[in-house]
Design a protein. Structure first.
Ligand code: FPP
Length: 254
């Protein structure tokens, strides 16, 4: 497989796929047509991710607050997701992707929940990309749920809590923190997505509507990330070498 990855790609990229509704409305189409077009973008991005050095890709497909949308739009989205999972599982398994879902499963249509469980099983041995789909997902609910389960642990560390948050038990392989969060559609908010995992994520908000986003857009985002200096609260290479400014350099009030 040809690699287009920079030397320090983001290991974990998370995406808020926003703008489907506006994409459809601006074309005089019903909103679900935007979600349908969004599925094509999902295919492009999932295919491009491993080439760019991305190991984990988390897509926000449906938030727990999205149940407030019109019934017909929710039903159309659930049907689309079911079709996607059914149609793509074989291809994803062949490409070496491992699919897992995060979020509540008990409120999903039974057919979709079953299709997801089958996809998780069929792709369990994939090592090239971990594709996580957030469905009926709320970061605050996920944190509460992990906190309840954490109470049973003899010792609680950040790492153990992260494992609980990513759905596994305390012995599971932890999902790395998000390095790069991309939100399409021009809004600049997190909308209850991966609030713990994004503690030090680089945030990239792009105006492009999700159906118009491309593999090239993802490559640009990865290149933007690779040029960022991540300090994690410390000092950067340049700042570490230069002394702190003298207090006298601050203009006096006198
Ligand atoms: C937000 O756009 C998008 C969603 C709530 C759904 C995202 C779902 C998909 C892209 C399709 C299926 C996903 C997978 C993983 C196969 P919006 O409707 O809020 O857009 P707007 O802000 O323009 O109204």
């Amino acid at each position: 497989m040809q690699s287009d990855a920079p030397s320090n790609p983001p290991r974990h990229v998370a995406i808020v796929m926003d703008g489907n509704g506006r994409w459809a409305t601006s074309r005089g189409l019903p909103r679900p047509a935007g979600h349908q077009a969004g599925v094509e973008t999902v295919r492009r991005v999932v295919e491009a991710a491993p080439r760019l050095g991305i190991e984990t890709l988390t897509l926000y497909a449906f938030s727990s607050d999205n149940w407030r949308r019109p019934t017909a739009e929710v039903a159309a989205l659930m049907a689309l997701l079911r079709r996607f999972v059914r149609a793509e599982t074989g291809r994803l398994a062949q490409a070496g992707a491992r699919v897992t879902m995060l979020g509540r499963r008990d409120r999903l249509p039974a057919g979709l929940a079953a299709e997801i469980a089958a996809a998780e099983q069929a792709t369990a041995s994939g090592t090239k990309l971990h594709l996580r789909v957030a469905l009926d997902y709320s970061a605050r609910d996920a944190i509460l749920d992990a906190a309840r389960r954490a109470a049973a642990l003899p010792q609680l560390t950040r790492e153990a809590f992260s494992r609980l948050l990513s759905g596994g038990d305390h012995a599971a392989e932890p999902v790395p923190d998000v390095d790069l969060l991309i939100r399409t559609g021009g809004e600049q908010r997190l909308s209850d997505f991966l609030l713990w995992e994004c503690a030090y994520a680089e945030l990239l908000f792009v105006p492009c509507l999700w159906p118009d986003f491309s593999a090239g857009g993802l490559a640009d985002a990865v290149a933007w990330y690779a040029a960022r200096e991540r300090r994690f609260g410390g000092v950067g290479a340049a700042s570490a070498a230069s002394p702190a400014p003298a207090v006298a350099a601050v203009p006096s009030a006198a």
